[in-house]
Ligand binder design. Structure first.
Ligand SMILES: C[S@@+](CC[C@H](N)C(=O)[O-])C[C@H]1O[C@@H](n2cnc3c(N)ncnc32)[C@H](O)[C@@H]1O
Length: 454
């Protein structure tokens, strides 16, 4: 990162460099010193900012020649008196909004234009650091890559791509998606971003951004400037590499919501409280959205009372046996449902007829509204998802595990972030009609009939 900072942009005498959140070991300051020595560059004057007193002390004890240390809050007012910097280099803290006090949230919301929605501290570090860049200055930060596409980071994307009238303008020179193990303390996919502050009198020209992907390819792209997701621009090549005409809709038998009975209070039981006679013939394990979040689909705690046969047919009333005896006790409530009153369904049927031949197969289950998309395996093929759970059934010849890991991986996630609608709280809606259009890599469907034509 330090080499990137000086690449085509070496320091000259008197330049200044800022290290926000330098940590106890100040690794970036050490790297800068080593590079300047190797290359014969003059050492810039360094300012490190660290608000953890113990870490600040450790960093001070390192006695790094070019470094002055300030034990203050980088997001507080003290930094303004420090003037501007020709370089900024850092690994800002990643603290989601849940880790902030009410007072901090309120203060940040009023002081930072990027503190919108469920913001994370690294977004504020970006804004503060960019505001301290001198015209022509350059910043290199490593952060989770998701600010390229999540809704919360819209104001930051706007800030760095807007061709400001009056305010400073920036050029995102490069986004480098580095290996996940490059920064062990980072939980999410990391990226190293290089941003330059455009000289105040520079001509307004459209500027391209160099993208480096984790598989080592590299290309130029034009980032959209309105704050919208960069997923398509940044992943354009990766996605178009996959755009062989194969979509999730092509490799699945169905992508559908789970079953609505119209009276879950009657039809759903805790698995330990099933009325006598129903189990096992007239019950099927089921999983709700809430259960999925807590434990996946491995050990469902509830069951449906289910009159349907495995081929999906509904028996005549006279063939219902123990199910009929049990259901008769709830007949009034069951007859009261709209599917009976209006759609003319039998009184003991479910609101929707379960497509048993598809549903009783190994499948992938997920929630239709989620903060971040997540997919779970349901390999037994025995569970009937409740209407709060969506499911997709891979076609014969499609690799279940490859599809599952692709759906939970970064490329699919970004595509969903870029294409799915959002609920009011910023959660994503994984509608089946949108998901069916998700491009999938050909490898997922190698054995599928007709795969060779792709
Ligand atoms: C992800 S760590 C990076 C540390 C170091 N740059 C490195 O790469 O090892 C972020 C650092 O920022 C510091 N930090 C967090 N919030 C801060 C704030 N508001 N002002 C200054 N430093 C802060 C933390 O104490 C921590 O040392």
């Amino acid at each position: 990162m330090a080499r990137r900072l000086f690449d085509g942009n070496p320091p000259s005498e008197g330049d200044r460099i800022l290290y926000p959140g330098c940590g106890g070991k100040a690794p970036f300051a050490k790297a800068v010193e080593a590079i300047c020595q190797d290359e014969g560059y003059p050492l810039p004057q360094g300012l490190a900012v660290e608000n953890d007193p113990d870490l600040a002390k450790q960093a001070e004890n390192l006695k790094i020649k070019h470094l002055r240390l300030r034990k203050v809050d980088f997001l507080g007012p003290e930094i303004a008196e420090e003037g501007s910097f020709d370089y900024v280099l850092g690994n800002p803290p990643y603290v989601p909004i849940e880790g902030l006090s009410e007072e901090e949230k309120a203060r940040y919301r009023s002081d930072f234009r990027v503190a919108k929605g469920r913001f994370d501290l690294y977004l504020l570090f970006f804004e503060r650091a960019l505001s301290l860049l001198a015209p022509g200055g350059r910043l290199v930060f490593v952060t989770p890559e998701k600010w390229e596409y999540v809704e919360t980071a819209r104001p930051l994307r706007q800030l760095v791509t807007g061709r400001g009238s009056g305010s400073a303008s920036y050029h995102v020179e490069e986004i480098n998606h580095v290996d996940e193990d490059a920064f062990p303390q980072l939980t999410a996919y990391p990226s190293v971003t290089t941003i330059r502050r455009i000289e105040d009198n520079a001509e307004s020209v459209s500027r391209t951004t160099q993208i480096r992907t984790r598989d080592g390819t590299s290309y130029q792209t034009q980032l959209p400037s309105g704050g919208e997701s960069w997923a398509a621009a940044v992943r354009g090549k990766e996605l178009s590499g996959m755009e062989t005409g194969l979509t999730l809709g092509d490799v699945t038998v169905r992508v559908s919501p789970g079953m609505a009975t119209g009276a879950d209070a009657v039809f759903v039981f805790d698995k330990d409280e099933v009325p006598e006679g129903l189990s096992p013939k007239w019950t099927r394990p089921t999983v709700s959205g809430k259960e999925l979040t807590h434990g996946g689909a491995l050990d469902p705690q509830s069951v449906f009372a289910c009159p349907y046969r495995s081929d999906g047919t509904l028996p005549e009333e006279s063939d219902l046996g123990a199910f009929g005896e049990w259901a008769a006790r709830h007949r009034e409530r069951l007859e009261d449902r709209s599917c009976v009153q209006k759609a003319g369904k039998r009184w003991y049927a479910w609101h929707e007829t379960p497509p048993m031949e598809d549903i009783l197969r190994p499948k992938i289950v997920f929630k239709d509204i989620a903060k971040e998309p997540k997919f779970w395996a349901e390999r037994t093929g025995e569970i009937i998802p409740r209407h709060t759970v969506y499911y997709l059934v891979p076609e014969e010849g499609v690799s279940f595990d490859q599809l599952l890991s692709y759906l939970n991986g970064p490329v699919a996630k970004e595509w969903m972030e870029a294409h799915c609608q959002r609920a009011a709280n910023g959660f994503l809606r994984l509608q089946s009609r949108v998901l069916r259009k998700l491009p999938v890599p050909v490898e997922v469907a190698r054995e599928r009939q007709g795969a060779l034509s792709f």
